[in-house]
Design a protein around this ligand. Structure first.
Ligand code: CO
Length: 211
């Protein structure tokens, strides 16, 4: 059987199994979504947010790109963020990176990759910020994996620097912003950082909403 046909066949089997488990499953699912989480993850095929957290459909609003970046000029990402925060009112935002990330690996190398250089440049900026620490690590695997962690932490900070998150902190004291990293070798998630609503933001990035 063609592999693409197999996907469609598996979908039929999955939908049927859901109905077998709960005849009202899709009826309930179709009404509305009220996800508690916004997940910002890498596009890597091995890191499926719902799969690795055992989450049902409807639990997570998801944005994925190469190396789980929060880029303040990315209209696609900003639209997802604004909708998740202002309309869905998610309680938690999770930035999840993963060890051995190809995007981060590319940022640590001098290899030119064409157009994608411009995306990876965002990770290079994080690398530049933390170069003194990262360059002290001689083992290439440990060096890459520490940069993966630092990249997650930088993206969490980028979230806290958006006016969307700061306005929500001001008005509703949500969302909490978390940075996690996923280990491909054992399937475990490791928390790296949490920024609480209302945390102090450097004045360079802080917005004042009082008139
Ligand atoms: Co990746």
């Amino acid at each position: 059987m063609d592999k693409i046909e197999r996907l469609l066949l598996e979908n039929k089997a999955w939908a049927q199994s859901k109905v077998d488990g709960d005849p009202e499953f899709f009826k309930k699912m179709a009404v509305d979504q009220k996800p508690e989480y916004l997940w910002i993850g890498c596009s890597d095929s091995r890191v499926h947010p719902a799969e690795i957290t055992n989450s049902d459909p409807g639990v997570m609003f998801v944005h994925r790109n190469i190396a789980n970046l929060v880029v303040h000029t990315d209209m696609n990402f900003l639209s997802v963020l604004q909708y998740a925060v202002n309309v869905l009112k998610v309680r938690h935002i999770i930035v999840c990176g993963h060890y051995n990330c190809g995007g981060v690996k590319a940022a640590l190398s001098t290899q030119s990759l064409g157009m994608i250089n411009n995306w990876v440049r965002n990770i290079k900026d994080a690398y530049f910020t933390h170069k003194a620490e990262v360059e002290q690590i001689s083992d290439p695997v440990l060096k890459l994996n520490r940069m993966v962690e630092l990249n997650v932490i930088e993206q969490v900070k980028n979230l806290a620097h958006t006016s969307i998150v700061q306005k929500s902190w001001n008005d509703e004291t949500i969302p909490f912003v978390h940075g996690w990293v996923y280990d491909l070798n054992n399937g475990r998630l490791k928390p790296l950082i949490t920024i609480q609503p209302g945390s102090e933001i450097d004045s360079a990035y802080r917005y004042d909403f009082k008139s």
